[in-house]
Design a protein around this ligand. Structure first.
Ligand SMILES: Cc1cn([C@H]2C[C@H](O)[C@@H](COP(=O)(O)OP(=O)(O)O[C@H]3O[C@H](C)C(=O)[C@H](O)[C@H]3O)O2)c(=O)[nH]c1=O
Length: 185
């Protein structure tokens, strides 16, 4: 419960305290004071929600500066394997990825700072994913890299059926073709 660091600086796992009783459960899915006490002063401005069937991959996406988005990702229903890729070129973990299972039973959330690409694959029959962003959607700044970029080499936990990707995601570029997106070199 609480915050757990990952091998990538700035990328955290957060698990809220879940109050279970004979009726079911209650938990605070987000509390700015709790995040601020941990040193995360993000002010989220948008909540997103997507429904996907088993095997669907969404990503790997980001928004380019100045419309970068930090995200707080959680699963309302089902199981996903969520992955974030460090695209901060000055970071010692540049191009490294970190993935984990988020589900409606482990209650885990992934906090992804700006400078990362984000995506997931659905491991259950269906999944409802909800995530907060600290910047508004800006289509003209929508960017991404291909889920199977050999330079990133993500070890997806299951075979990926490309027929379940959006046309946009099927045609995302490789990192070598987009250069230093977050320009912090
Ligand atoms: C992201 C977004 C999309 N849209 C519209 C645009 C499209 O007409 C439709 C579906 O968009 P898209 O195919 O980009 O949705 P996903 O593939 O789920 O994209 C998301 O998936 C990965 C996992 C992410 O982390 C990003 O937040 C986001 O890019 O929703 C909006 O109106 N507002 C938004 O904030």
């Amino acid at each position: 419960m609480g915050f757990e660091p990952t091998p990538i600086a700035g990328l955290f796992i957060y698990t809220p305290k879940v109050f279970q009783d004979e009726r079911g459960y209650f938990f605070e899915s987000y509390n700015a004071r709790v995040f601020a006490e941990y040193g995360i002063q993000t002010s989220f401005v948008q909540d997103n929600q997507s429904f996907s069937k088993r095997g669907v991959v969404r990503g790997l996406h980001f928004q380019r500066p100045p419309y970068t988005q930090a995200k707080l990702v959680r699963v309302i229903h089902g199981v996903i394997w969520d992955v974030a890729v460090d695209l901060r070129s000055s970071s010692p973990t540049y191009k490294q990825w970190f993935g984990l299972e988020l589900s409606d039973t482990n209650f885990r959330q992934l906090y992804i700072p700006a400078g990362f690409a984000h995506g997931f694959v659905v491991l259950s029959e269906e999944a409802i994913v909800a995530y907060k962003t600290d910047n508004f959607y800006h289509p003209a700044s929508d960017g991404g890299i291909r889920y199977n970029d050999p330079e990133i080499n993500i070890a997806w936990p299951c075979p990926i059926d490309e027929s379940l990707l959006s046309q946009k995601d099927k045609n995302l570029p490789f990192l070598k073709d987009i250069g230093d997106v977050f320009g912090d070199r």
